[in-house]
Design a protein around this ligand. Structure first.
Ligand code: NAP
Length: 299
């Protein structure tokens, strides 16, 4: 039985779609899979994390991934290189990681410094080790609906949250406010796979509130703290807030939670929503990657 948390805040009932129980469920599966690999094949799942430069958000994401790896029993190797490193240097490192049968997943923090050729670097990651869907070969799989794909982590987290809380997505009107390759575009494909009807909005969209307020499900990812007030939603809206914004030393989403949460059907909190699930999806992708590599008899 799935628990949907109802809190009474500011005089209303809030259906809070917390990320933790979703992440915990995925974590259990990953722990079991890791045990199986260790017991049955003496294989220790391992990821390599490549960080270019010293961006604080990369460093904090890296720390979170390392902590989670430790919890589920996945080995992790961090590789940090100077922010002025050349594209060729990054590709050389990737080639080594691709060829190393003890490394099953490769994660590179994005965005990369501007002088680097992100496309060339993305193409250099072996698709079967590409746990955050950077290589265009994997992106294409998402767009053609190939089930043997590793989708980008954040869009997959959005779908996992909705499924965990038992929302039937078939026939639902979904509006995504974001058209990036990290979120909006691949997410629209994942919703189509679930037979939802999808609208994508962006900074040039006219009458944004008119569109979002008519949708059954609204996914926000504009990267602007508390941008969405109650006028963007209806009381039936299911709101998935992907935005992570830093304001006055604290983290908030794109949605003005205090003003909106008791006026909609359900909402994810920030922090404690999509981001919590995204981190665990990444580790689940290591297991998926291992299965793909086993198919090509890589280890
Ligand atoms: P991005 O590339 O900057 O994309 C932002 C999108 O929002 C663009 O499509 C942009 O439209 C649109 N937008 C900006 N201002 C708007 C406005 N006033 N009205 C309507 N649309 C507007 O950012 P991103 O990399 O996709 O990330 C988006 C957010 O998600 C960030 O807050 C990021 O921190 C967060 N994020 C969270 C997770 C997680 O795990 N929770 C993971 C990744 C990212 P245009 O295309 O027209 O510019």
């Amino acid at each position: 039985m799935v628990k949907v948390y109802k809190y009474r805040i500011y005089g209303g009932n809030i259906m809070l779609l917390r990320g933790k129980p979703v992440a915990d469920k995925i974590k259990k599966t990953v722990i079991n899979e890791v045990k199986n690999y260790k017991n049955n094949g003496s294989i220790v799942p391992k990821i390599a994390i490549l960080r270019v430069g010293q961006r604080p958000d990369d460093i904090s994401y890296e720390a979170r991934v390392l902590k989670n790896c430790n919890v589920v029993g996945i080995e992790a190797e961090g590789i940090a290189i100077e922010s002025n490193s050349e594209t060729e240097n990054v590709i050389k490192i990737l080639n080594k990681l691709n060829q190393n049968p003890k490394i099953h997943g490769i994660l590179i923090f994005r965005p990369l410094p501007e002088h680097l050729d992100t496309e060339q670097i993305s193409r250099a990651i072996l698709p079967e080790k590409d746990i955050d869907c950077m290589n265009p070969i994997n992106i294409e799989k998402v767009f053609v609906g190939d089930k043997n794909r590793i989708a980008p982590c954040t869009p997959e987290a959005v779908i996992e949250i909705l499924k965990y809380y038992k929302y039937d997505l078939s026939g639902k009107n979904v509006t995504i406010v974001n058209r990036s390759m990290v979120l909006g575009k691949p997410l629209s494909m994942l919703f189509l796979d679930e037979n939802a009807t999808v609208t994508i909005c962006h900074s040039k969209t006219k009458d944004l509130a008119g569109i979002t307020s008519k949708a059954d499900i609204v996914v926000t990812g504009v990267g602007r703290g508390k941008f969405f007030g109650p006028e963007y939603f209806s009381k039936e809206s299911i709101v998935i807030d992907v935005g992570i914004n830093f304001e006055n030393d604290s983290i908030c989403g794109d949605v003005d939670f205090e003003a909106v949460s008791d006026k909609v059907e359900a909402i994810t909190p920030v922090p404690g929503g999509v981001g919590t699930v995204t981190s665990m999806i990444l580790l689940n992708h290591v297991i998926k990657a291992m299965r793909l590599q086993a198919k090509m008899q890589y280890f």
